[in-house]
Design a protein around this ligand. Structure first.
Ligand code: FAD
Length: 390
C-alpha cells in the first residue's frame, strides 16, 4: 500500500484542519480534557453541534441516512486531525451506537432513532459491563422480561460512563435465560428518565466520573429492543469494533509528543539545555519512530477497510500499539520533565500545562477501553494468524 496521502485526501485533511483552526479556543481544549466529568461543557457542546451542522456526524454513514459515505482513510484522517488538535471526538452515540442501529435495527427502528441522533436530540451512555461481567460479557445478569407490550428490566450495570449526562442508555440485557449464555442477550434502549433508574457516581484515577446504574422494574416499550432478540452479544461486539476504530488513532499521542519536544527545546535543568542530554535525545528519537510506525498501522487498517476486508487483527494491533505508546510517551515525558512534569495544570510550576501527567493518568484507560489489550492480543492470534482460540 501507499503510505502517502493522495491529493484529494490531502485536500480533505486541509479542510478538516482549517475547520478545527476556525473553531479552536482555550476553553474548548480545557473542556475536552475534562470530558467525562460532571457535565459536558458549553464549548464542547458548541463544537459538536458545529461538526453536526457541517454534516460530519454522518461522515461514514450511508447517504440514505444523511451520511457522506467518506472512505475509511478519510475517516482516519478526520479522527487524526481532531485528536491531534486536542478537540473532542464525535460522541460514541454517533460512532458506535448509530452505525450498529443502522445495520441491525428494523426499518421502523432506524426511522425512530437515527434522525434523533443526527439532530443531537438524544445522547447515549453504553452499558455492557456489570460487577461480574467485564471481559466475559456473556456472563451478564441484568434481566429483561416481556410483560405484554413492555420489557421490565432489573439488574445492575457497572462503569456506565456518561450515564449522568446522557438522555438514553444502550444496555445489554439477558432476555433468554434458558439459552446458551452468548445467545440469550439482547440490546435494548432505555430512556434515562424512566422510573426505577438510579445512577451512582464512581470517581476514578484520572479524576473522571463513571457510574454504577441500578435498574429496578424499569419499563420500556417492546420495540425498544433493537434488532433481533437474542443477538445482543454479537451487536455489542459490533458496536465495540466501531469504538476501537477511534481508540487506535495516534493523533492525541502525537500532540502530547509535540508539546514534549517543544518543552525539551526550551527548558534548561541546572543550567544545561535539556535538548543536549543524550538520554533525552535518544528517548525522543525512539518515540518518534514508534509514532511513525503507529501512523502506518492506522493507515493500513483503514486501507484494509477500503479494500473490503474486515481488519479485525489490524484494528486490535492499532489499539494495542497506540494505547501502550501513549503510556510510554507519558512515562518518558514525566521522567524528562522531572518533578514539575507531574504537577497538575492548575499549578503555576507545571510544565507543558500539566499535559503529560494528565496523559499519564488517562493512558491506562485506553488499554482496557473498547476491550482489554490482553483480549486484543488473543484476537490477533486467532484472527490474524489462525492460532487456536484456546
Ligand atoms: C473508567 C472506566 C470507564 C468505563 N466505561 C465503560 C462504559 O461506558 N460502558 C461499559 O459497558 N463498560 C465500561 N467500562 C468497563 C470496561 O470496559 C471493563 O473494565 C473492561 O471490559 C474489563 O472488564 P473488568 O473490569 O470486569 O475486568 P476483567 O474482565 O475481570 O479483567 C481483569 C483482567 O484480566 C484479563 N482477562 C480477563 N479475561 C481474560 C482472558 N480470557 N484472557 C486473558 N486475559 C483476561 C483482562 O484483560 C484484565 O486485564 C469502563 C471501565 C472503567 C474503569
Amino acid at each position: 500500500m501507499d503510505y502517502d496521502l493522495s491529493p484529494s485526501e490531502r485536500a480533505w485533511r486541509d479542510e478538516v484542519r482549517a475547520f478545527v483552526a476556525e473553531h479552536m479556543s482555550e476553553a474548548l481544549v480545557e473542556e475536552t480534557r475534562q470530558l467525562g466529568n460532571e457535565e459536558r461543557g458549553p464549548a464542547v457542546h458548541k463544537f459538536q453541534l458545529a461538526l453536526r451542522d457541517k454534516g460530519w456526524w454522518g461522515l461514514a454513514w450511508p447517504k440514505e441516512y444523511g451520511g457522506l459515505e467518506k472512505s475509511a482513510i478519510e475517516q482516519w484522517i478526520f479522527i487524526d486531525e481532531l485528536e491531534s488538535a486536542g478537540v473532542p471526538m464525535l460522541p460514541l452515540t454517533v460512532t458506535s451506537v448509530a452505525p450498529t442501529i443502522m445495520r441491525v435495527g428494523s426499518e421502523d427502528q432506524r426511522r425512530e432513532w437515527l434522525p434523533r441522533i443526527t439532530n443531537a436530540e438524544i445522547e447515549f451512555a453504553v452499558a455492557y459491563s456489570e460487577p461480574e461481567a467485564g471481559t466475559d460479557l456473556a456472563s451478564l445478569r441484568t434481566r429483561a422480561e416481556l410483560h405484554g407490550d413492555e420489557w421490565v428490566i432489573n439488574g445492575q450495570k457497572m462503569w456506565n460512563t456518561m450515564a449522568h449526562t446522557a438522555t438514553h442508555n444502550w444496555i445489554a440485557v439477558r432476555t433468554e435465560p434458558e439459552a446458551p449464555k452468548h445467545k440469550g442477550i439482547s440490546m435494548i434502549i432505555v430512556p434515562m428518565n424512566a422510573p426505577g433508574i438510579t445512577v451512582q457516581g464512581i470517581y476514578v484515577w484520572p479524576g473522571l466520573r463513571t457510574n454504577a446504574l441500578f435498574l429496578d422494574n424499569v419499563r420500556v416499550p417492546r420495540d425498544y429492543l433493537i434488532g433481533e432478540r437474542g443477538m445482543g452479544f454479537y451487536y455489542a461486539a459490533m458496536a465495540l469494533n466501531f469504538e476501537r476504530l477511534s481508540i487506535g488513532s495516534i493523533g492525541m499521542a502525537r500532540r502530547q509528543f509535540r508539546s514534549l519536544v517543544k518543552a525539551v527545546c526550551e527548558l534548561e535543568v541546572d543550567g544545561r539545555a535539556l535538548r543536549t542530554d543524550p538520554w533525552v535525545r535518544e528517548r525522543l528519537a525512539r518515540l518518534q519512530v514508534e509514532i511513525d510506525a503507529a501512523r502506518m498501522i492506522g493507515l493500513e487498517t483503514a486501507w484494509a477497510l477500503v479494500q473490503g476486508r474486515v481488519p479485525a487483527a489490524e484494528s486490535s494491533m492499532a489499539k494495542i500499539f497506540v494505547s501502550e505508546l501513549s503510556q510510554r510517551i507519558a512515562d518518558v515525558g514525566t521522567q524528562i520533565l522531572g518533578l514539575n512534569g507531574q504537577l497538575h495544570a492548575n499549578d503555576s510550576a507545571a510544565r507543558v500545562d500539566g499535559r503529560l501527567q494528565w496523559m499519564y493518568r488517562i493512558a491506562p484507560m485506553l488499554a482496557f477501553g473498547g476491550g482489554t489489550n490482553e483480549i486484543q492480543r488473543d484476537i490477533i492470534g486467532f484472527m490474524g494468524y489462525g492460532l487456536p482460540r484456546k
